[in-house]
Ligand binder design. Structure first.
Ligand SMILES: C[S@@+](CC[C@H](N)C(=O)[O-])C[C@H]1O[C@@H](n2cnc3c(N)ncnc32)[C@H](O)[C@@H]1O
Length: 409
């Protein structure tokens, strides 16, 4: 940019010291050629108008593009709040494996029902879940699909159930820490952009541990995290304000319960109803029981009902329509995309039957180039049940994805 232009913006800034206008222009003019000066101008704009979210976001973008991660973290206004420490309750793994057998049998006898696996999830008819794999499920392909890089090692052979994910080598751990740091800051910045009040709890919620073999990495100032803990903490912060006091969240396809685990920490008043395919229901029940003990129950059989003190209910899909509950919010992250039209019709009906008032979902909205590895079946904009919802907030989520908040019509 010619010096005369930046000089004229500098003069504007100096002549009107109470206005961010000049610093804003200066920042935009310098952003391409002189990021250091652009960051200075953006900081001045933030000092002059601390309430300007736009000025703050400009600063955040510049710091991100310059890779100045520590400064970016400090530049996001919030007050970190703490949560009670996580607990560890005993889990009956043998009972989990036996239950899995019964759920697989139910899936076989219910093949005509609309919740059964799409072609993308077809392999879940055959996952060999036994005691040893369940005890380390976060290192086993029995949790495949629910874990992303680096929690799941890049290049680990798909559906190889005989091996477990190895420990990080020292250099892999460094690389993973870089990646996770960027993911953390990206999601934190997103919570700021969405003006989520629960942002103050984000740091407390991202902390993970190695139960069931989770491959954690320590991030400075945060502690052990995983990609899953960063993502699920983000979702928990986003949805917590959407639930009324004592409300009910229905999560469809939650993987192993990472989001529910965090929502229950943040909102002890809320009840979570969790439904999924058989292997994932067992993982979810196992994971949440280890954190919340008797507050978790499975409504496996006809006639099983929630009791007093139950805050997490794992419910087979076919039992959803008859549940004596109303759902305030249905949630689905990275899961409707793997479902087909049949599945969408089934869960659309289930959400209706439960009187679901709100829907939050994050899913892919574009095919990827290689059809052989594309695991999306229907683009997010074409889910049939969206006819029952009015979209109140729609945001891009990493370009190929969208994040939707919608209200029942
Ligand atoms: C990619 S994982 C996403 C897990 C989690 N929501 C997350 O964001 O990490 C997809 C999830 O959708 C579930 N799913 C796929 N098809 C389903 C169906 N027909 N009914 C219930 N859950 C299904 C899978 O079992 C899995 O838990």
């Amino acid at each position: 940019m010619p010096d005369s232009t930046s000089n004229s913006h500098r003069r504007t800034a100096v002549d009107a010291p109470g206005s961010i206008f000049g610093y804003d222009r200066l920042m935009i003019a310098l952003a391409g050629d002189d990021p250091v000066q652009a960051i200075r101008a953006a900081r001045c704009a933030c000092v002059i108008d601390p309430a300007s979210r736009r000025a703050r976001q400009n600063l955040m973008i510049l710091l991100r593009d310059a890779g100045r991660w520590d400064e970016l973290r400090a530049a996001i206004p919030r007050q970190s709040r703490r949560l009670p420490p996580r607990r560890s309750h005993p889990v009956d793994l043998d009972a989990g494996v036996a239950r899995y057998g019964r759920l697989l049998d139910a899936m076989t006898s219910r093949t005509t029902e609309g919740w059964t696996p799409s072609r993308v999830e077809d392999s879940k008819h055959r996952f060999p879940l036994d005691q040893s794999r369940l005890s380390l499920f976060r290192r086993s392909e029995v949790s495949s699909g629910t874990q992303t890089i680096p929690d799941r090692p890049p290049g680990f052979p798909a559906l190889d159930f005989e091996r477990l994910y190895p420990d990080y080598t020292a250099s892999e751990r460094l690389q993973a820490a870089d990646l996770l740091q960027q993911q953390y800051l990206g999601l934190l910045a997103r919570l700021y952009r969405t003006a989520t009040p629960a942002i103050d709890f984000y740091d407390a919620l991202v902390v993970d541990d190695d139960r069931f073999g989770g491959r954690t990495v320590d991030l400075p100032g945060l502690g052990p995290v995983t990609a899953k803990s960063l993502q699920s903490a983000y979702y928990a912060c986003r949805i917590a304000p959407m639930l009324p006091r004592g409300g009910v969240m229905l999560e469809i396809g939650g993987g192993f319960g990472a989001l529910a685990a965090r929502l229950l920490a943040l909102r002890p008043d809320v009840t979570c109803v969790l439904t999924d395919l058989p292997v994932n229901m067992v993982l979810t029940h196992t994971y949440l029981t280890s954190l919340y003990g008797d507050a978790v129950t499975g409504l496996w059989e006809d006639g099983d009902l929630p009791g007093a003190g139950h805050r997490a209910l794992v419910v087979p899909p076919w039992r959803l329509p008859g549940l004596p509950l109303r759902a305030d919010l249905a949630v689905n992250t990275m899961s409707f995309q793997h479902m087909d039209e049949r599945n969408h019709a089934f869960y659309g009906d289930a959400m209706k039957a439960l009187g679901t008032k709100w829907l939050f979902h994050v899913n892919r909205n574009e095919h990827i180039n290689d059809p052989a590895t594309d695991t999306m079946i229907v683009t997010a904009e074409r889910y049939s049940f969206m006819a029952d919802y009015e979209v109140v907030d729609r945001r891009d989520f990493d370009r190929k994805w969208i994040e939707i908040v919608a209200r029942a019509r």
